[in-house]
Design a protein. Structure first.
Length: 410
């Protein structure tokens, strides 16, 4: 039986700061004579060819993210990621990396991320860890200034991130946010906006995992409603998310983890697209971890839905059932359209697998039935889905049309 613990996908970051899928394989570690050191090796699942051979450099900053992801830079503008099928495999390889670098495996980053001048670096390294002011209303201005002054320096950003993480500071800040809203404390809310925006720019997965948790995410969005530049007129993002854009389960999703992941991804995408201010070029590079968080969440959701045969079977059965009422069918076809749109974030290899799964479940016969219905909106959504299929898997559509043509001739 194949060892799924060590099953990984290899990703590289392209010039557009998007992750490209380089293939699926199994990872191991061992001494490579040519590289003169312990290395990570990934052999392709399909043919055993070498997808990755990377020496574990003693000075490279490796990061562990979201329990199943290890990310690092091989050279300037060449970032790599291993996405593990199982947490246990990720932990094993992480221990090997930490062993080579002489680090404690409990850390989630093995080196400081530094690109400062030697003088700044020496000054910062000789100073103790960063001390945060007490998390109280009277210290919010001081904290906002501390965050702003730390952002230009990679080492100070790292120290600030560690301090915020170690002291459980985010939950304390969100408690202050609720107090400020209750008291209508505009100055406090403006300081919290600057602080929370700054925490996003710390680019740290461990902080995102707290901020995007079910208990915290709406308060984080609330903090970002109070941009001082709006002159005291907060945006109503939470109202939109809770009243207008509520996620409706058109087919019951049995897996609570999948349901939570869909909710989380929609909200985080909304934060990136609609809530955070347009980043400067400097800030764009500091939001790379946010982009990766969304990307890998989407890959996971599509994979989980693909594997849920009952969900897909029910979806197509209800879509084509004449007894399904118009409102329900409208919801079903719109969900399928969103699902297909989601797949656009996937790499070609993953997208092919995705559409192959939909083909096996009978998407084309289902679309044929739907396109023959009277409801203009349903037909419009079905046409959009069909255009995805034509764009991404034209051979599948061509084959179906030829089979239909032959059957009609017979």
């Amino acid at each position: 039986m194949t060892d799924t613990r060590r099953r990984v996908k290899v990703y590289t970051l392209n010039e557009d700061r998007q992750w490209d899928d380089r293939g699926t394989g199994h990872v191991s570690s061992g001494y490579v004579e040519r590289l003169k050191g312990m290395s990570l090796l990934v052999r392709a699942e399909s043919d055993g060819s070498l997808l990755l051979e990377s020496k574990i450099n003693p000075n490279t900053a490796y990061q562990k993210q979201q329990d199943t992801l290890i990310v690092w830079s091989e050279a300037e503008n060449y970032d790599l990621a291993l996405s593990f099928q199982e947490k246990a495999g990720c932990d094993e390889i992480w221990e090997k990396i930490c062993q080579v670098q002489g680090k404690d495996p409990s850390v989630d980053i093995t080196q400081e991320l530094v690109d400062e001048s030697e003088e700044e670096r020496f000054d910062d390294m000789s100073s103790p860890g960063l001390e945060l002011p007490p998390c109280e209303l009277g210290h919010l201005e001081e904290l906002a200034e501390l965050v702003a002054s730390s952002l230009p320096s990679p080492l100070r950003r790292e120290k600030l991130a560690l301090a915020v993480e170690n002291e459980g500071y985010i939950r304390k800040l969100l408690e202050l946010f609720r107090q400020c809203e209750d008291l209508e404390n505009a100055d406090g809310l403006h300081h919290l906006y600057e602080i929370v925006k700054g925490i996003f720019l710390l680019n740290r997965t461990a902080l995102f995992e707290v901020m995007f948790s079910e208990e915290c995410i709406m308060d984080v969005i609330g903090c970002l409603e109070h941009d001082p530049a709006l002159g005291g007129l907060p945006r109503r993002h939470r109202d939109f998310l809770t009243k207008t854009a509520r996620f409706k389960e058109v087919i019951p999703i049995g897996d609570p983890e999948l349901r939570a992941k869909i909710h989380q991804t929609y909200r985080v995408q909304y934060i990136q697209d609609m809530v955070l201010p347009t980043p400067s070029v400097f800030e764009e590079n500091m939001l790379s971890t946010l982009h990766s968080f969304i990307f890998f969440n989407k890959v996971e959701i599509v994979g989980m839905l693909q594997d849920d045969e009952k969900f897909l079977t029910d979806l197509f059965a209800q879509l084509t059932d004449e007894a399904t009422d118009d409102d329900k069918r409208h919801e079903l076809v719109n969900f399928l359209k969103e699902f297909c749109a989601f797949s656009q974030t996937l790499q070609p290899q993953n997208r092919d697998t995705f559409f192959k799964t939909l083909s096996n479940m009978g998407i084309l016969p289902a679309l044929e039935v739907i396109l023959g219905m009277d409801d203009v909106q349903v037909r419009g959504a079905a046409t959009d889905i069909f255009s995805y299929l034509v764009e991404y898997n034209p051979s599948m559509v061509r084959e179906f049309i030829m089979q239909e043509s032959q059957q009609n001739d017979d």
